[in-house]
Design a protein around this ligand. Structure first.
Ligand SMILES: Cc1cc2nc3c(=O)[nH]c(=O)nc-3n(C[C@H](O)[C@H](O)[C@H](O)COP(=O)(O)OP(=O)(O)OC[C@H]3O[C@@H](n4cnc5c(N)ncnc54)[C@H](O)[C@@H]3O)c2cc1C
Length: 471
């Protein structure tokens, strides 16, 4: 019997555990023990049910085009719980000079595909509109070296597109900064498009033409009862005696082709170890025995974020703009990065008569926000909503959630760093890495990373993989 330690019980660690559980049920002689520092399993995936509303403290969904999370839900028997975003109501606004301006129809991330809608939009100046029109004439070129998202977008559309769209979008998704994040690591699809077509606008239209016959799936997928349903079902499908909550791993040591994991004053022996913790924590655990690997892992930076959930009554629901919410460019001088009108984004997230609003703060430019008391964060969010939405009503419910050092930043050079990490990791028998620090920050990528880590340790332990999730 081979024993595997999984360190970290977020969605990455739980996905790894479930993959090993599936192997175990298929008759492969493998056992696992999952260590989680906090009493809660699921990491940043936390859902509260309040006044009939589904309140997400962390992620509220995953991208439908990344199939791993939905596939896992189906394997867990949650297929009928999957819901798509209300894309017919999808409209996002950008705060420009204190007013909400709708993103023009046909925009894919920062790529305009409908020239008339873009030409008529007050979102861009005449100069940027001319850059957008000129972008259609770009020819394919040599593959460029890695560059920041800001540099890439500016080459195509000019600085205003960076300031008004790319930067606020990345701040909302990554808590990151377009002038640091790596284009190749964060948006590889657009790099390929540029290489093949030159113009991103023409590339997207070509992709649309080739997939015209198939129905367009919703952009986001979630679960009826909220994202924690996935965590709870995963946990219910694991061997409960293998789950060690409230037990932080303080030390791991590789010796005699195995691993000793020390936690809570006790040391246990394993044949393999999956580190499903933030890369900075993995670095600390590995630094005494694998200093080179630890040093590379330490180079992956993380930012913190805070979310604020607020429930309001029917009057507020009727007064809010239609659509999914708005993004706030840095030049607006606000602390809020983004705001979601949750009751519009997914069905059944708030009953009729209730509005559910979620605001995002923090990220690479505002770590100090985490030091404020909850009521101070709430006060400043309400003041900004008063200025932006003229929202002065008393909320029926409020909650502030703080997430410290959880959002990995894929800065320029990230992919090269991952190659070095992978080369060093392969020299350490029985070690696997999973989590949002490596090849995707979204829930679905984390599920995939956990599953791949499980496959690796099973293969390393000399057990033929019985199941494949990642083909
Ligand atoms: C506010 C917010 C909103 C987001 N929204 C979305 C979204 O809408 N869609 C999307 O796809 N993604 C979203 N994400 C990103 C996504 O949720 C995360 O990247 C993903 O859930 C990370 O999972 P993980 O298991 O890798 O890490 P984590 O969830 O951070 O889990 C790591 C776990 O390791 C544990 N741990 C740490 N040290 C130790 C130790 N020494 N011993 C034992 N355990 C330890 C921690 O307690 C934690 O539970 C969001 C993230 C946040 C914070």
């Amino acid at each position: 019997m081979k024993r595997i330690a999984i360190i970290g019980g977020g969605i990455s660690g739980l996905s790894a555990a479930f993959a090993l559980e599936e192997h175990r049920r298929a008759g492969i002689p493998v056992q696992y023990v999952l260590y989680e520092a906090s009493p809660h399993l699921g990491g940043v995936v936390v859902t509260e049910q309040v006044q009939g509303c589904v309140v997400e403290a962390g992620p509220d969904s995953f991208l439908t085009e990344k199939r791993w999370a939905a596939d896992l839900c189906r394997r867990l028997g949650l297929g009928d719980q999957l819901i798509g975003s209300n894309d017919s109501a999808r409209k996002t606004y950008i705060l420009i000079n204190g007013r909400l301006v709708g993103i023009p129809d046909g925009l894919t991330f920062m790529v305009p595909t409908r020239l008339v809608a873009t030409a008529l939009s007050p979102l861009f100046s005449l100069r940027t509109k001319m850059r957008i029109a000129g972008e259609w004439l770009r020819r394919p070129g040599e593959a460029s070296t890695d560059e920041t998202v800001a540099a890439f977008v500016e080459r195509h559309y000019g600085p205003e597109m960076v300031e008004r769209l790319a930067d606020p979008l990345l701040a909302g998704v990554y808590g990151g900064d377009a002038s640091c994040l790596s284009m190749r690591a964060v948006l590889p699809r657009f790099v390929e498009m540029e290489h093949k077509h030159g113009s991103l606008g023409r590339a997207i239209l070509a992709a649309r033409k080739s997939s015209q016959s198939s129905p367009v799936p919703p952009l986001f997928t979630s679960l009826k009862g909220g994202m924690q349903k996935m965590v709870d079902t995963l946990v219910a499908n694991l061997d409960s005696s293998s789950l060690r909550r409230s037990l932080a791993v303080g030390k791991i040591q590789s010796e005699n082709s195995g691993w000793t994991v020390s936690a809570g004053g006790q040391a246990d022996r394993y044949d393999g170890a999956i580190l499903a913790v933030p890369a900075a924590t993995a670095s600390k655990l590995l630094c005494s025995q694998q200093p080179d690997l630890a040093s590379e892992l330490r180079g992956i930076q993380y930012t913190s974020s805070a979310t604020v959930a607020m429930i309001y009554d029917q009057d507020v629901r009727q007064s809010l703009p239609r659509g999914f919410g708005f993004l706030v460019p840095r030049s607006e001088g606000k602390r809020m990065l983004a705001c979601t009108f949750v009751h519009n984004k997914f069905p059944n997230r708030a009953p009729d008569g209730r509005a559910l609003i979620r605001c995002f703060l923090g990220g690479s430019r505002d770590e100090p926000i985490l030091e404020l008391a909850d009521d101070e964060i709430l006060r400043l969010v309400r003041e900004e909503l008063r200025l932006i939405l003229r929202l002065t009503s008393e909320p029926l419910f409020t909650r502030v959630y703080k997430w410290r050092g959880v959002m990995a930043q894929y800065n320029v050079g990230h992919l090269e760093r991952l190659e070095r990490v992978e080369r060093l990791r392969r020299q350490v028998p029985g070690l696997s890495l999973a989590g949002n620090g490596y090849r995707g920050i979204g829930v679905s990528d984390c599920v995939r990373s956990g599953q791949e880590a499980a496959e690796q340790v099973v293969a390393n332990a000399g057990l033929a993989p019985a199941l494949r999730h990642t083909d």
